[in-house]
Design a protein around this ligand. Structure first.
Ligand SMILES: NC(=O)c1ccc[n+]([C@@H]2O[C@H](COP(=O)([O-])OP(=O)(O)OC[C@H]3O[C@@H](n4cnc5c(N)ncnc54)[C@H](O)[C@@H]3O)[C@@H](O)[C@H]2O)c1
Length: 269
């Protein structure tokens, strides 16, 4: 009875690697893919003890195989090792979600070069390296779903985010190239471009704005969203995860090379 239920799940038999999945959007993606039957490798910067516990909890809750693999994505060798290990642990690699990302804000003339390099390395180069490492597995299986968590900043710019905007625009471009090169290989590659999503990466920006302007966190949050989004509420991590699950599904088989905004109307203006 139980196995009949499991095999009827939409992603049963599929396996996924989600980078940066111990928190925020990545964790929601991991939970949602597991709930749909995919076996998983989760990844992040937490301790092995914390990561292994989280993986064990997901495995027990969703009755799937789930492993934690650590690795600093600023290090090319660590990215390659992560993808290779994920494939070895899961026996196949069908879905790659490049989610991990970092932010740093400063005007260009004040932007430290090491911060620029770090943002480009984690938000763009690591995605390239992970895709490069995953493609041979996907090409030999004639199936793959690569989903890059970009940003509205892959489509438009904001002040003081030069490295992030450059990296996310680059990620949207990379998405299109990978889509074209693999169009006849059963592999799709798409980018999701969220506006404001309620996670730690945004909490830091709210805190910084509140401190700089001497206003409450709540007011800073309202102002931050209103500056950019016609809709006054942020997108939920679950909404992004549901879109990831859709892009991983059979229904999205011909969707490739797209950059999909989920941004409360930000880029419609
Ligand atoms: N929150 C938003 O409003 C928003 C909007 C648009 C796009 N995004 C993008 O969504 C993605 C997820 O962000 P989030 O909001 O969930 O933030 P988050 O800070 O909760 O998650 C980021 C994840 O990336 C991992 N990470 C960061 N640097 C790493 C490194 N060097 N090596 C390995 N892992 C690393 C962290 O461990 C964490 O798990 C990012 O790519 C971000 O740019 C977020």
């Amino acid at each position: 009875m139980q196995s009949a239920q499991i095999s009827s799940l939409p992603l049963s038999g599929k396996s996924a690697l989600v980078t940066g999945s111990t928190s925020g959007i990545g964790l929601a993606c991991a939970q949602t893919l597991a709930a749909k039957g995919a076996s998983l490798v989760i990844h992040g910067l937490v301790s092995d003890e914390e990561g292994n516990q989280l993986a064990a909890n997901l495995a027990a809750k969703f009755n799937v195989d789930c492993y934690f693999v650590a690795g600093n994505l600023a290090d090319e060798e660590a990215v390659i090792a992560l993808v290779t290990r994920a494939q070895a642990l899961l026996g196949r690699l069908d879905i790659l979600v490049n989610n991990a990302g970092i932010q740093f804000t400063a005007r260009v003339e004040n932007f430290p070069i090491d911060r620029w390099r770090q943002v480009i390395e984690v938000n763009l180069t690591a995605c390239f390296t992970a895709i490069k490492a995953a493609l041979p597995f996907m090409q030999s299986a004639k199936f793959g779903r690569i989903i890059n968590i970009a940003s509205v900043h892959g489509l438009v710019a904001s002040k003081e985010k030069s490295a992030y905007v450059a990296a996310k625009h680059g990620l949207v471009g990379l998405t299109k190239v990978v889509a074209l090169e693999n169009a006849e290989q059963g592999i799709t590659c798409n980018a999701i471009c969220p506006g404001w999503v309620d996670t730690a990466i945004v909490a830091k920006q709210i805190e910084a704005k509140a401190k700089m302007q001497g206003i409450s966190d709540e007011q800073a949050r309202r102002e931050l969203v209103a500056e950019k989004q016609p809709m006054s509420h942020m997108t939920s991590v679950q909404a992004i995860a549901d879109l990831v699950a859709f892009l991983a599904s059979d229904s999205a088989a011909t969707m490739t090379g797209s950059a999909i905004p989920m941004d409360g109307g930000w880029t419609a203006q």
